[in-house]
Design a protein around this ligand. Structure first.
Ligand SMILES: [Zn+2]
Ligand SMILES: [Zn+2]
Length: 261
């Protein structure tokens, strides 16, 4: 088993240190465990759900110290990032350059709308907001910094019914993923633990099935991750995610290039 999306206590809404996740993954027979905690940002924005600048060295050190401690388990150092133009050089020069991270993943938890930053989890409840989310996600994808896109359909948490707006958003995102050859993530945590009620019935908030049915038509590549926020859930939703990939006939991305260091 492989997982490229693992958090630590530093983001303030996960528990456990690097070693706790490593031990859980080793016990479950993982071959690859990639950490991608919510990144520090140069201006310490949105600090309530991410590590601060001061925690960055300790995060990297904890991963580096764990590397090589379990035979057969490759441990990778990554980060889940909110892209904005003002952060681009920090991600490129500091995270990838100075700290030598193996990869960055795009996690778009906020998007600009009429001069404010809104939550991709809780504030995509209108067509206008969905357009702004989609525009920002695609601009972030085009930065060229990211190995894959975490939960691209996270708008399903607050935009409740599938309609022509979600279909248009999905097609724009999928078209960009295809053009950029950028894999999209099927999020195991969402699949198992983040369900919503809507007029159309109960469903996982994300992955949202119609999005991934369309994905099949676009021939994009997918990656299945747990998005673990607790050591015991290091494999959350992986089996279910791979079932979804198989049942829809989606194409799994080969992520082995991330292991090259
Ligand atoms: Zn998180
Ligand atoms: Zn996320």
């Amino acid at each position: 088993m492989k997982n490229y999306h693992t958090h630590t206590f530093r983001c303030k809404h996960a528990v456990g240190e690097v070693d706790d996740y490593v031990q859980a993954a080793a016990a479950k027979g993982f071959t690859v465990l990639g950490f991608a905690d919510h990144t520090a940002l140069p201006d310490n924005r949105w600090l309530y759900m991410r590590m601060g600048r001061a925690e960055l060295p300790g995060y990297v050190r904890a991963i580096e110290q764990a590397q090589g401690t379990w035979p057969g388990l490759t441990i990778l150092k990554g980060m889940e990032c909110e892209w904005a133009s003002e952060y681009h050089s920090f991600f490129e020069d500091v995270l990838l350059g100075q700290y030598g991270l193996d990869y960055l993943i795009l996690g778009c938890h906020f998007f600009p709308h009429n001069g404010d930053w809104l939550s991709s989890h809780y504030e995509v409840h209108s067509a206008e907001h969905l357009v702004s989310y989609t525009r920002h996600l695609i601009e972030s994808m085009r930065s060229g910094l990211f190995a894959f896109v975490a939960h691209p359909d996270v708008f399903g948490l607050s935009y409740l019914n599938w309609d022509k707006n979600t279909e248009a958003a999905a097609k724009d995102i999928l078209g960009a993923a295809k053009e950029l050859d950028l894999p999209l993530e099927i999020n195991g945590h969402g699949l198992v633990s983040r369900w919503v009620e809507s007029d159309q019935g109960p469903r996982p908030a994300y992955p949202w099935l119609p999005f991934w049915e369309l994905a099949r038509d676009y021939g994009i590549q997918v990656v299945v991750n747990s998005d673990a926020h607790k050591p015991a859930l290091v494999d959350e939703g992986l089996a279910e995610g791979f079932d979804l990939v198989r049942s829809l006939g989606l194409t799994l991305a080969n992520m082995e290039h991330l292991e090259g260091g």
